[in-house]
Design a protein around this ligand. Structure first.
Ligand code: PGA
Length: 250
């Protein structure tokens, strides 16, 4: 079965409840005719219930941007996988470069989060990608493979039935400097080859691999035309309903 393209909106730390309401009421009429692509919205934690309420009677999927791996306990400020499940989240972004960079998340922590969400039945959107200096030193492949090796460590093959991985070169995020379609294609092919070699053909065929980093309505189609790119993880351009609907309708 072909993989359905996924257009994932990472709202990061943006929007008020009024802005969430106005986005949700404006976006659905623009995309309600789309059946061959999936739309995922990842709002900040406080607005998860609001997006869940406003997406009823739409096909929009709901995700979180982060979580902690423990089920419960003395972890001030954290949110657990069962809590996200309870709120209706089907997906969660794990290992975004802003979590790795600003909040110091290690590959080992990310691996624990991967295990926890899979156990809970939430689909991870695992982000991997290199920094500018690493690309300049030709270390891109090495960095991606190291992240995959550590972040996917000891996961069962069944985890790949629904897994999403996003290739997000860090230098392309929020900078307007998007990766070339060839670089995105090559990195995504490398990720699929890694999954193929470690977890078999079925896993490699089922895993959706997205590109992320300064995706805009104007460049979305050029990525989607590349063999093996199954969608996009979008920050800035996902905040406006008009722009997001154009991404979905690339
Ligand atoms: P951007 O962010 O689209 O604003 O570059 C992408 C991301 O961080 O997921």
């Amino acid at each position: 079965m072909p993989r359905k393209p996924l257009i994932a909106a990472n709202w990061k730390m943006h929007k008020t409840s009024a802005e969430v309401r106005s986005f949700m009421s404006a976006v659905w009429p623009k995309v309600s005719d789309i059946t061959d692509r999936e739309m995922l919205i990842c709002p900040p934690f406080p607005y998860i219930p609001l997006v869940d309420e406003l997406r009823k009677s739409t096909s929009i999927l709901l995700g979180a941007q982060n979580l902690y791996f423990e089920e419960k306990g003395a972890f001030t400020g954290e949110v657990s996988p069962p809590m996200l499940k309870d709120l209706g989240c089907e997906y969660v972004i794990i290992g975004h470069s802003e979590r790795r960079g600003i909040f110091g998340e290690s590959d080992e922590l990310i691996n624990s989060k991967m295990h926890a969400v899979i156990k809970c039945g939430i689909i991870p959107v695992l982000c991997v990608g290199e920094r500018k200096e690493e690309r300049e030193k030709n270390l891109t492949e090495q960095i991606i493979l190291k992240q995959l090796e550590k972040n996917l460590k000891d996961l069962p093959e069944t985890a790949f039935e629904k897994m999403v991985i996003a290739y997000e070169p860090i230098w392309a995020i929020g900078t307007g400097l998007n990766a070339s379609t060839k670089d995105a294609h090559d990195a995504i092919a490398l990720i699929r080859e890694f999954i193929h070699s470690k977890y078999g053909d079925n896993s490699a065929q089922k895993t959706r691999i997205l590109y992320g980093g300064s995706v805009k309505p104007e460049n979305m189609k050029s990525y989607m035309d590349q063999e093996g790119i199954d969608g996009a993880l979008v920050g800035g351009a996902s905040l406006d309903p008009d722009s997001y609907s154009k991404l979905v309708k690339y």
